[in-house]
Design a protein around this ligand. Structure first.
Ligand SMILES: [Ca+2]
Length: 258
């Protein structure tokens, strides 16, 4: 065989081998894609936006169960002649001596106790990321020994009578005791006629409207009529954020193909 012809034959054979290897590589790549599909087909999707998005749930409240035994992550404002927010695992209120229900979660809970009039505000500023949904959950109990509520449009214990509790989502720029335009969403409020003994129970609110904003969660109690114990625990604001798993997985496939 002519040398040139032999070279072409050899080159053709080499080309066939290269094509075979390339084909195998492509097949391997397709196999990888198939594996990815197998992985995702068994995943549970809840998104209504894109079927390849999965969700991550992020907790936004620091020390929401008070299990540090203190107010780490929180801010407290106690005004008046008596009383304070405190973190306790005790079965008896430390100032008034009234009985206290067990913590709703873990060992510790936050509560207000007093022996005289005062305003007591517990708050935490929350940075809410862009999210599909944002939800507030907490557990609350109350014992209003006055057996009646008074809820003037003020959290000032000098406004008489004033005997109320409320939970609000606030603008961070508003005064701490604001009950006007600084209240972005009222979540809970005692009004005259409400039960004055409230056993531990859930309080929930949809905060999705505040995604991408920084807001203040405020839990407030005012008393100037008689003893008023208020307790909270398991305070949670959870944000559900999308994660584009398809893009991440495809990037991984591309890396392996190269
Ligand atoms: Ca707790």
């Amino acid at each position: 065989m002519h040398k040139t012809t032999q070279w072409f034959v050899r080159a053709g054979f080499a080309t066939l081998l290269i094509c075979a290897f390339a084909g195998a590589a492509i097949a391997a790549s397709i196999g990888s894609s198939t594996d990815y599909k197998k992985t995702t087909e068994h995943r549970t999707f809840t998104s209504t936006i894109h079927p390849w998005w999965t969700h991550a749930v992020v907790e936004l409240v620091t020390n929401g169960s008070f299990e540090t035994g203190d107010f780490t992550g929180w801010n407290v404002l106690d005004a008046g002649g008596s009383g304070q927010w405190l973190v306790t695992s005790a079965a008896t209120a430390p100032l008034s001596g009234f009985s206290v229900p067990p913590a709703a979660d873990g060992s510790f809970q936050a509560m207000v106790d007093q022996v005289g009039p005062g305003t007591h505000i517990l708050y935490q500023d929350i940075v809410i990321p862009p999210a599909i949904s944002v939800t507030l959950n907490l557990m609350l109990w109350a014992e209003n020994y006055n057996l009646a509520y008074f809820n003037p449009a003020s959290l000032d214990f000098n406004v008489i009578p004033n005997q109320q509790a409320r939970i609000d989502i606030m603008s961070t720029g508003a005064p701490l005791d604001d009950v006007g335009a600084g209240v972005l969403l009222n979540v809970f409020k005692t009004v005259p006629g409400d039960p004055t003994s409230i056993p531990y129970g859930p309080v929930t609110a949809d905060l999705t409207a505040f995604a991408g904003q920084t807001v203040r969660l405020r839990i407030a109690e005012v008393d100037n009529q008689f003893f008023f114990n208020l307790g909270v625990d398991a305070v949670s604001i959870s944000a559900e954020t999308p994660t584009d798993t398809k893009r991440a997985a495809w990037g991984d496939v591309k890396t392996r193909y190269r």
